[in-house]
Design a protein around this ligand. Structure first.
Ligand SMILES: Cc1cc2nc3c(=O)[nH]c(=O)nc-3n(C[C@H](O)[C@H](O)[C@H](O)COP(=O)(O)OP(=O)(O)OC[C@H]3O[C@@H](n4cnc5c(N)ncnc54)[C@H](O)[C@@H]3O)c2cc1C
Length: 319
């Protein structure tokens, strides 16, 4: 027999009246939005929060996504929003400040104004934030001629003068890998001298000069890089700069909920996005290390199906 107290009854009424959703999705990049479309089409009651800070928002065009080549991130979002709304998903432009699981297994989610929402399951797709090098002029070029991923932007600068910036990380492998896109690669360490002798000689063998002087600024116009100016006033022609400088989780919700992170600081999940906490799913860059729009979208879709199956199982068990 189910032991249902008067307090339980009141609690249930309060929750029904206070925004109970099947699923709350936190993060409206490709991962969260693709989960939303799958769940909306499963006739689930879905609420999605987003603050509009998608990782690629400064980019001039998305690549590696069939049928969407070169689309601007904002146009991709516009199309996605139209699609998810068609299936009844509620989109809210607000920050989620915290999420908690109660003793009955329901989740409470608080937005930045302190409003509480409830859900049976939550999907976190809050992505990552790139640690950007602090170089004068960096913001003007980021996403336009300064990038972090040659798979995303290497084709557009093939055979051009490519620079590699690696100060806090070792850029040895990265510099070598960029020779796939151009024979003209220069490695800038911005004052660091940490290359091992065997690495330095391999780079020399591949014709990659290593510049260890400190950088003064990035130089160019209209988002197009032209040169890298050093503190000693020397200047190196450069059409595109690829940097490696690390990243961090964009939101601390996952850590506060107690989700396990691996040594790359992304959330550990199974291949369907399930974390170590029942009912909490993570998809997209926040959980894996193949950071592509199409991969994030696919992970969102997989998590969406898994969440729907979990809800179906629970509904059958309580019928
Ligand atoms: C310059 C650049 C160019 C790129 N180009 C490409 C490319 O050409 N092709 C490609 O495949 N990939 C590209 N990428 C990588 C791509 O951007 C990511 O792989 C992809 O955006 C990951 O999707 P996501 O949904 O996991 O996270 P994101 O797209 O980063 O979305 C996360 C969302 O969560 C929201 N959010 C975070 N915290 C909260 C909170 N507390 N409350 C509410 N909302 C929150 C953010 O505002 C954001 O909108 C590029 C990245 C960069 C930096």
């Amino acid at each position: 027999m189910i032991n249902f107290t008067y307090t339980d009854y009141l609690h249930t009424i309060i929750i029904i009246e206070m925004n109970l959703y099947d699923v709350i999705i936190i993060g409206g990049g490709p991962a969260g939005l693709n989960a939303a479309v799958v769940l909306g089409r499963c006739r689930r009651n879905v609420l999605l929060f987003d603050t509009g800070k998608q990782r690629n928002r400064h980019s001039r065009g998305i690549h590696n996504y069939l049928t969407r080549d070169d689309i601007l991130p904002r146009d991709f979002l516009h199309l996605s929003h139209k699609e998810v709304r068609k299936y009844g998903v509620r989109l809210v432009h607000a920050e989620v400040s915290g999420a908690k699981k109660n003793e009955k297994g329901l989740f409470s989610v608080t937005d930045s104004k302190g409003v509480l929402y409830y859900a049976k399951k939550i999907l976190i797709a809050t992505g990552l934030t790139d640690r950007l090098p602090s170089l004068e002029g960096f913001d003007k070029f980021f996403g336009k001629s300064v990038f972090h991923c040659p798979y995303c932007d290497g084709w557009e600068v093939k055979d051009k003068q490519i620079g590699v910036y690696a100060r806090n990380k070792n850029g040895f492998e990265f510099a070598l890998s960029l020779t796939t896109w151009s024979r003209s690669v220069t490695y800038f360490t911005d004052g660091k001298k940490t290359l091992k002798p065997e690495e330095a000689s391999k780079l020399k063998q591949f014709g990659i000069p290593v510049i260890t002087d400190k950088i003064q600024k990035l130089n160019g116009t209209g988002g197009n890089l032209k040169s890298i100016v050093m503190k000693n006033n020397e200047s190196y022609p450069c059409d595109a700069l690829f940097f490696v400088n690390g990243y961090s989780q964009q939101s601390h919700i996952v850590e506060n909920l107690g989700c396990f992170l691996n040594n790359k600081k992304v959330v550990v999940t199974n291949r369907f996005g399930q974390t170590n906490i029942a009912g909490v799913y993570v998809a997209g860059d926040a959980s894996r290390d193949m950071h592509f729009v199409v991969v994030a979208a696919a992970e969102g879709a997989k998590a969406g199906v898994t969440i729907n199956k979990e809800l179906q199982k629970e509904e059958r068990n309580t019928a």
